[in-house]
Design a protein around this ligand. Structure first.
Ligand SMILES: [Zn+2]
Length: 340
C-alpha cells in the first residue's frame, strides 16, 4: 500500500501563473492545466488497488493553498511519495522548453529514482522533450525541501514557449501526461489492476448442441444414400427398403442396432466403426442410444403403410411402445434422428 500525496500547483487566481497572451489569447491559468492532469491521474488510478491518494491543493482552485500547508498535510498523513504538478515559464515568447522534473538539492537515491522514472515516462508518453540542459533538475523548492518523503515537482512544459504552449493546452497532452504519471505510480508503487485481483469468473457452460449425422443403405439402388444431419431431411427414399444404417455424433458416442425382417436383432454397433444391418435384408426395427446424457429421438417411416411412426427415445427390444422404432414385419424406408 503506497500513500501518494498529489497536488496541482497554485490556485486558479494566483497572480502571474498563466499562459502567455501572445501565444494563448485566453491566458489559460496554470492551475487549470495542473488540475486537469491531477484529475486525470485520480481517475485513472481508480482502475487499481494498492494505494491511497491524498489531494492537498484545493480541488476547486478557489484557494491557493499555502505551500507549507501542503507539505505539512503530506507529512502528517505519512505519504510515501509526493507529487506536485506544475507548468513552467521563463522563455518569454521564445521557442524551446520541454518537460523538467525537480527534486530538492540534497536527496537520496530513492528520490532520484522517482524523478528519473517520472521524467522518462513523461517523455515516452508525451514526446515533449525540450532543450533544457538539465531536465532532471534539482532546486531549493519548498515542496521538495520540506517533505519527509521522496518528492518530485513536474514542470509539464512552458506556458510561454511557442513550441510547448500549443501542445500543453491540448486535452491529448494532459491525457498522455496523466498516463505517464500513473504508469510510474503503478510500477514503483506496486499497484494492481482491479480485474487482476479478483478471480476470473468461470465461463458459463453453454449447453452443447449435439448433432446426429446418419445415412442408410437402400436395396433398390443397392447403395448408401447421402448423409443427413438431424431433422434437415430424412435418411432413405420412400418406397425403397432400408437395410443398413450408419450414424455418428458431433460429440459423444452413439450405439445402435437393427432388426431385420423375419430375422433378429443384429449386434450393436458404435458410431461408424461398423454399420448396423445386412445388405439386402430390409429392416423392421431400429434401436439407438448415446452416452451424451441427452435424449436421442428417432422415428421410422413404414413403406407399406406410408407413414411415420412417433419418435421414440428408449433402447429395449421388449418395450414395444418406446424401446425401439418400427413394427415387426413392416419394412422401413426412412429414418429421422435428432438429439435433445
Ligand atoms: Zn507552477
Amino acid at each position: 500500500m503506497i500513500k501518494i500525496a498529489i497536488n496541482a500547483g497554485h490556485g486558479l487566481y494566483t497572480a502571474g501563473k498563466r499562459c502567455l497572451k501572445s501565444i494563448d489569447p485566453g491566458e489559460t491559468r496554470e492551475w487549470v492545466l495542473n488540475a486537469r492532469i491531477v484529475e486525470k491521474v485520480t481517475e485513472k488510478l481508480k482502475a487499481y488497488t494498492g494505494y491511497e491518494l491524498l489531494r492537498i491543493d484545493d480541488p476547486t482552485g478557489k484557494t491557493d493553498i499555502a505551500l507549507k500547508t501542503r507539505t505539512d498535510k503530506a507529512n502528517k498523513w505519512g505519504a510515501d511519495f509526493y507529487l506536485a504538478v506544475h507548468h513552467n515559464a521563463g522563455i518569454n515568447g521564445g521557442s524551446g522548453g520541454g518537460i523538467v522534473c525537480y527534486t530538492y538539492t540534497k536527496v537520496d537515491q530513492t528520490t532520484k529514482d522517482w524523478q528519473k522514472a517520472v521524467y522518462n515516462s513523461l517523455i515516452k508518453h508525451t514526446g515533449l522533450k525540450g532543450n533544457r540542459s538539465q531536465p532532471l533538475a534539482s532546486a531549493d523548492l519548498h515542496e521538495c525541501r520540506e517533505t519527509n518523503m521522496p518528492a518530485v515537482l513536474i514542470e509539464n512544459g512552458f506556458m510561454d514557449s511557442t513550441t510547448d504552449t500549443p501542445i500543453i493546452l491540448t486535452e491529448d497532452f494532459a491525457e498522455k501526461s496523466a498516463e505517464a504519471i500513473v504508469e510510474v505510480l503503478v510500477a514503483r508503487g506496486g499497484l494492481k489492476k482491479k480485474e487482476d485481483t479478483k478471480p476470473a469468473p468461470a465461463p458459463k457452460p453453454m449447453p452443447e448442441k449435439i448433432s446426429v449425422i446418419y445415412q442408410v443403405w437402400e436395396d433398390v439402388g443397392n447403395r448408401w444414400l447421402p448423409e443427413v444431419t438431424d431433422l434437415t431431411d430424412y435418411a432413405g427414399l420412400y418406397g425403397k427398403d432400408v437395410c443398413c444404417v450408419y450414424a455418428r455424433l458431433t460429440s459423444g458416442n452413439i450405439y445402435y442396432k437393427v432388426h431385420y425382417k423375419g430375422g433378429k436383432w443384429l449386434p450393436e454397433v458404435k458410431n461408424r466403426e461398423d454399420y448396423a444391418g445386412l445388405y439386402n435384408k430390409p429392416i423392421d426395427g431400429l434401436m439407438m442410444r448415446t452416452d451424451t446424457g441427452k435424449t436421442i429421438k428417432y422415428a421410422v417411416h413404414l413403406r407399406s403403410s406410408n407413414r411415420w411412426l412417433p419418435f421414440v427415445t428408449g433402447y429395449n427390444e421388449n418395450d414395444f411402445n418406446n424401446g425401439y422404432a418400427g413394427i415387426p414385419g413392416q419394412e422401413i424406408d426412412g429414418i429421422k434422428i435428432y438429439i435433445e
